[in-house]
Ligand binder design. Structure first.
Ligand SMILES: O=C(O)c1cccc(O)c1O
Ligand SMILES: [Fe+2]
Length: 280
C-alpha cells in the first residue's frame, strides 16, 4: 500500500504567468517564494512552495503527495508498474524544478497526473502573506473522476486514503486525521476540480467574499457550510478557470478505528447546509 503522508503541491500550466502572479498575490494571498524564468513558486506555509504556476498549457495539472523516503518511493513505483500504471522517475533537473529530493510521476485511473515526492523543501523564512487572507495552510484538492467507485478503490486500496464521508458516490478521503485531503468529483476527464486553503476564521471567509467580489473575481459557491466536514467555505474562480476554495473549521476524524463514512444524498443540501447553490 502506498502511504501518502501529506499533500505537497499542485503544479499548473498557465497561459499568462503575470496574471497568475497577480491573482495568487492580490486575490488568493499566497507569497511569491521564487520566480525563475518560466515558473512561479507560491507559498502558503513553511514549505518552499505549495503551488507552482509554469508557462504552459493550463490543461497540464499535477498534484504532488509526500511519501516517507526513497525506499517507499521505489516500492510505490513497483506497485504502480505491476498495476499497469506507467511510472516516470523524475530526473535531477525535474526534481530541482519541484524542490524535492526525488519523485515519480504516474496517472491515476482517470488520467490525473500525480507525483509522489520525497523530501520536499521547507523554507527558513516565515510564510508572509501578500494579502491578509488568513491562510493557515494548503489543505486539500478536488480531483475529477470519470468513475468514482473505481477511483475510490484506487485511492483506498492501492494508496492509504480512507473515506470519511460520501456525497452520492463522491468520496471525501483522508490520509491523516483531517476530514479529507482528496475529494473526488465526477467529470468528463482528468483535472483538478478545486484547490483548498484553510483560513483562520469565519471572518476571513467573509472578508474574502467582499474583497474578491471587489476584485471582480467570480464567486462560484458560498459563502456556505459543508455538512460533511462542517467547514465554512467560499469557492472562487482563478486563472485559466481553476476553482479555489477557502474554508475554516474542517473536522478531524476522532477515532480512526471506529469511524464509518456517512452517506449524504447527491443534492445541494449535502454540499451546503445553509442553502448556497453552486454556479460551476
Ligand atoms: O469540506 C467539505 O466537506 C467538502 C465537501 C464537498 C466538497 C468540498 O470541496 C469540500 O471541501
Ligand atoms: Fe473542498
Amino acid at each position: 500500500m502506498i502511504e501518502l503522508k501529506d499533500l505537497s503541491y499542485v503544479r499548473f500550466g498557465t497561459s499568462n504567468l503575470e496574471d497568475a502572479e497577480s491573482f495568487a498575490t492580490k486575490c488568493l494571498g499566497l507569497q511569491v517564494g521564487e520566480q525563475s524564468g518560466k515558473a512561479l513558486y507560491l507559498r502558503s506555509d513553511d514549505r518552499a512552495h505549495t503551488l507552482c504556476y509554469f508557462e504552459g498549457d493550463p490543461a497540464e495539472q499535477t498534484v504532488g503527495f509526500e511519501v516517507e523516503d526513497e525506499g517507499k518511493l521505489n516500492t510505490a513505483a513497483a506497485t504502480l508498474d505491476q498495476l499497469g500504471h506507467p511510472v516516470h522517475a523524475g530526473t535531477p533537473s525535474e526534481c530541482a524544478l519541484r524542490k524535492v529530493k526525488a519523485f515519480i510521476g504516474f496517472k491515476d485511473p482517470t488520467g490525473n497526473h500525480v507525483e509522489l515526492v520525497v523530501r520536499p523543501e521547507r523554507s527558513g523564512r516565515r510564510y508572509f502573506a501578500s494579502r491578509d487572507a488568513g491562510i493557515t495552510g494548503f489543505s486539500h484538492v478536488g480531483l475529477f473522476t470519470t468513475d468514482p467507485m473505481r477511483d475510490e478503490r484506487f485511492w483506498t486500496q492501492v494508496c492509504n486514503a480512507r473515506v470519511s464521508d460520501r456525497i452520492g458516490d463522491i468520496a471525501l478521503m483522508r490520509v491523516n486525521a483531517i476530514h479529507h485531503t482528496i475529494a473526488l468529483a465526477p467529470g468528463p476527464g482528468p483535472g483538478v476540480h478545486h484547490v483548498n486553503h484553510q483560513v483562520e476564521s469565519n471572518d476571513d471567509v467573509l472578508r474574502s467574499y467582499y474583497h474578491l467580489s471587489g476584485q471582480r473575481v467570480p464567486i462560484v459557491f458560498g459563502p456556505g457550510r459543508h455538512p460533511t466536514s462542517g467547514a465554512r467555505f467560499l469557492y472562487f474562480r482563478g486563472p485559466d478557470g481553476m476553482v479555489f476554495e477557502y474554508s475554516v473549521g474542517v473536522d478531524e476524524i476522532e477515532d480512526e478505528e471506529t469511524h464509518r463514512p456517512r452517506q449524504f444524498g447527491f443534492e445541494p443540501s449535502s454540499l451546503c447546509m445553509w442553502g448556497s447553490k453552486r454556479s460551476w
